[in-house]
Design a protein around this ligand. Sequence first.
Ligand code: SIN
Length: 538
Amino acid sequence: MADSPRQFDYIVLGSGIAGLTFALKVAHAGTVAIVTKKSRAESNTNYAQGGIAAVTSEEDSFESHVQDTLNAGAGLCNEEVVRGIVEAGPERIEELIHLGMKFSERETGNGGRELDLGREGGHSQRRILHAKDVTGREIERALLDSIAANENIHVFENHFAVDLITTRKLGQSDTNRCVGVYVLDNETNAVETYSARTVILATGGCGKVYLYTSNPDIATGDGVAMAYRAGATIANMEFVQFHPTCLYHPKAKSFLISEAVRGEGGELLNLRGESFMEGVHPLKSLAPRDVVARAIDSEMKRSGDDHVLLDITHKSARAIIDRFPNIYQTCLQFGLDITKEPIPVVPAAHYQCGGVQVSHDGETGISGLYAIGEVSCTGLHGANRLASNSLLEALVYAHRAAAHALAHPAPAVDSPLPDWHSGDATDADEMVVVSHNWDELRRMMWDYVGIVRTTKRLKRALSRVKHLQEEIQEYYWDFTVTSDLLELRNLATVAELIVQSALLREESRGLHYTLDYPEPVESFAKRNTLVARDNKEG
Ligand code: SIN
C-alpha cells in the first residue's frame, strides 16, 4: 500500500467474476481497490443462472466446443482466441473449485458422484457446469469469501467510477496511459481521486440501454463509455444479444428463464399451443439464441400476441423443482406453477457481445488499462455469443490479464493527480429531466435498435441520441454529478456506439439483423466494427 489511502497498485472497477478473480490473483504483489457502485455482490455475474461452458467430460472434446462457438458466432469469431479460451477452460474451472465453488453434482450409478452437466442452445454436448439455477450467486459467494480473507484487497461499495484519468487528458504525455480514476462516493456525494499503476475495467455490460432486459439495474455500460471517452477502441457494439426467454408478467422485472429449461426439453409454443420452432432450425427450441429470439419476435408480430409460452410440464414436478429451484419459486410468487402450466416469456436484451477491444492478455490500447469480462471484446463471441461462454471468458482473461500485469509492472504514479472540479449548482428539475431522458432513451433503443432493424430506424435513433447527448452534457457540466446522471450519460454514449456500429454493418450477421441488408455479405465476414473518438474531453 502506498502512503495515501487513495493510492493503490491496482484499481479494479466492478465486482463480478472477472474483477474478483483478477483481484485475487494480483493481491500478493500489491494493494488492490475494488470499486463497485452498489453492494459487492451486486453484479451481472450474480444473476447468471445457466453456468460455465467447459469441456470436462470424456464424451466431449475441445474441437466440439470450438465448433459450437464458431457456429454461433456466425463467421466473426477469432478462431485462435476461441481455441485458447476453450483449451484453458478445464484448468480455470479446477481453480474455481479449489477456491470453494460448489457446482451441482449427480450420482454416477456406481455409488460415485460427478459434475452434473447441463445443455443450452447451440451446444452439441452437455457441457454447462452449474449450481442448480443460481450459478452466478454461488460463484460470487466463493470469490467474495476469498476476497474477505485477503487484507491486501479493499472493497469500496457504493462508489461510482466517474471517469478514467489518463496522461493524455492531463496533457502530460503523448503515450496515453491510465493513471487513476475519479470516483463518486454515493454516501458523501464527493468525487475522490484514486490513483494506481494499473486499472482494470470489469464493469459488465449495458442491458439497461434497452427498455426490456434480463440485466440488473447496474448494467449501464459504464466501462465501455469511460474507455471510449478516454480514447480506447470499441469493437462490435451492434451485436447485442437478446435472450429469448424472460418471464412475461407485469410485476416481474428482468427475471430470466434460463436457457437450461430448453436444454432440459422445454418447448416454445405460441398461444394456440403450436410449436413454432418446427422448420425454423434443426435444433428447434434449442437453436442458437439469435435464431430463437428472431423467431419469437416474428411469431409475436405475426399473431399480435404480446408473449409466447415455454412449456416444461412434461417433466416430473420433482425433477423441475430440483433442477430449477429459483425459477420455480420465483414464478410461484407470481402465481405461476411451472410444473403444471407453461411459462409466458418474451425476449429481452441480455448480453453485450462487443466492447472495449483487447489483446490476448486483456490489454486495451491505453497503457495500464485492461478490460476483462463483458465490458471487453476479445474475439470469442463474434456476431453471437454461445450460451454460458461468457463466464469462461471472464475466468480465462482475468487469469491472463493478472499474469500480464504481474510480469509487466507499470511504473508508479509519482505526481499527485489533480482533484475533480465539480459543477456546484443543483436544480429542482434535474431529476425529472434525468428520469425522462432515461425512459426516452431506453424505449427508443427498444423500438428502433432492437432484434430486427432498418437503416431508416437506425438513422432516426442516431439523431435522437445525439439530441439527448447534448442535453445530458449540459447537465453534466452545469450541475453536481449524481449516479443517475452519470449512468444516463454512459447509457447515451453506449446507445450511440450501438447505433453507429449497426449503421456501419451493411449486412445481417448473427445478432445484427436488418431488413435493408437481410443476408450476410462476404466482405464483412472477418471485419470487426471499430469505433474510437479523437480524445477530446467530453
Ligand atoms: C441462461 O441461463 O439462459 C443464461 C446463460 C447465458 O446467458 O450464458
